[in-house]
Design a binder for this molecule. Structure first.
Ligand SMILES: [Zn+2]
Length: 414
């Protein structure tokens, strides 16, 4: 029976959003939270971008250490052989790649402007897939960018060529959010049926349908007899109107009418981590979670009208589809209202020791030299993030100082 898997692309699509970005430590924390939550894969960055190299390698080390396990870490690059070669020069241990190329006539004519045509697009993609395989990639996805505006028979041809070249999955990108649930269902079912390969669904929210389209696409893929992989981002952060929100997709898969039984998840998702991961993305991106965001918005479990309040007090099931506890909500949040000592880029050892002591991080056993080293790393992390670090980040630096050092090392124009 086909299953659904989640591939979160916050660290790739999310960070390439205009006006937004994350520090390398924040990206690492997101990988850790996604792993805790049970997400199958994190598209964790850009292997051909030089300033990502240390971050990517550090996260692959965390995977080897068992910290980022069992999550798969995949890079996103263009589907051209040169990008694959550059990837393996810079990040030789990378095991999963998605290779992206535009497939629609609009893009072939409007973007490539005569430099490529349908057959050269397939040729480039096939060469890239083969190169990735030759480098020992464990999984390779071939992304059809702008798939929703691509002629379906050409998409089938593209998918079959990808499969033949050794790709494991075909990514159907609704790059402009052009599909609706009915059209994406049909296209995904045809692709699954004709290409006979697992299909990834990558949806954007320009028409407000990213979550619905992700579900419908996955249903089409599974009805076509294949596994479906849904791309998400935390809080739906992504280019323009954003991507399919991770928590909303999980809720829709688990709670919408008759869905979970017929279209089950392949990996257990621990929804209990939902609130924490959404809050961290809110902090890291500096973008507030909308008040009415499914599951994690501040109004998601708020009731004011007489009839609703009375009803939910008698039985929450009257007006709530799911309980707040399931999303890890309900714990009181501690807010400091008195004296506060904060670690920043100009902090000294005394204030820092005070903060670390309060966090219950075993700082007492560390030598003065080690403590100073960790403080120095925290200062640098502050320089990069330009905001006070959260507890989990401080704990991470104290626990893995060598990894933190790597994350914080940027060497331009080497
Ligand atoms: Zn995208």
């Amino acid at each position: 029976m086909p299953k659904i898997y989640l591939i979160d692309v916050t660290n790739r699509d999310g960070v390439q959003t205009a006006k937004l970005g994350l520090s390398k430590l924040e990206k690492t924390m997101i990988n850790i939270y996604l792993n805790e939550m049970g997400v199958y894969q994190s598209e964790f960055g850009f292997p051909t971008t030089r300033h990502e190299t240390n971050y990517l390698q550090a996260n692959l080390e965390l995977a080897e250490m068992g910290v980022l396990k069992p999550i798969n870490l995949s890079g996103g690059i263009r589907a051209i052989k040169d990008d694959v070669e550059t990837t393996f020069e810079r990040v030789p241990n990378i095991k999963h790649l998605n290779l992206s190329i535009s497939t629609s006539d609009q893009m072939i004519n409007g973007k490539f402007q005569g430099k490529k045509n349908q057959s050269s697009v397939i040729k480039d993609m096939v060469e890239a897939v083969k190169a990735a395989r030759a480098h020992g990639c464990e999984s390779v996805g071939a992304n059809a960018e702008d798939a929703s505006r691509t002629d379906i028979s050409y998409l089938v041809e593209f998918g079959l060529a990808a499969k033949e070249a050794g790709a494991d999955r075909l990514r159907y990108c609704d790059t402009l959010g052009f599909d609706n649930p009915f059209t994406i269902y049909d296209n995904c079912q045809i692709l699954a049926d004709k290409v006979e390969m697992p299909i990834e669904i990558h949806c954007h929210n320009d028409l407000g349908m990213a979550v619905a389209n992700s579900l419908a696409g996955a249903m089409g893929v599974m009805d076509g007899g294949q596994d479906a992989y849904i791309n998400t981002t935390i809080n739906g952060i992504g280019e323009r109107a954003g991507n399919a929100d991770l928590i909303a997709v999980v809720l829709a898969l688990c709670k919408s009418r008759n869905c979970a039984k017929k279209y089950p998840l392949g990996w257990d998702i621990h929804l209990k981590h939902a609130s924490k991961i959404a809050k961290f993305a809110e902090y890291a991106f500096k973008v507030d979670i909308p008040i009415n965001q499914p599951g994690v918005g501040s109004n998601a479990f708020a009731h004011a009208s007489g009839i609703h309040a009375d009803g939910v007090l008698k039985d929450p099931g009257n007006y709530e589809l799911y309980g707040y506890e399931e999303l890890g909500r309900g714990e009181p949040i501690k807010v400091e209202t008195g004296r506060e000592i904060i670690t920043g880029q100009y902090s000294g050892i005394s204030g820092f020791s005070h903060v670390m002591g309060k966090l219950d991080i075993s700082f007492r056993n560390k030598s003065r030299e080690e403590a100073n080293e960790i403080l120095e790393l925290v200062r640098y992390a502050n320089v990069e993030a330009q905001k006070p670090l959260v507890e989990d980040e401080l704990s991470f630096i104290a626990k893995y100082p060598q990894i933190a050092k790597k994350l914080l090392t940027l060497t331009p124009l080497e």
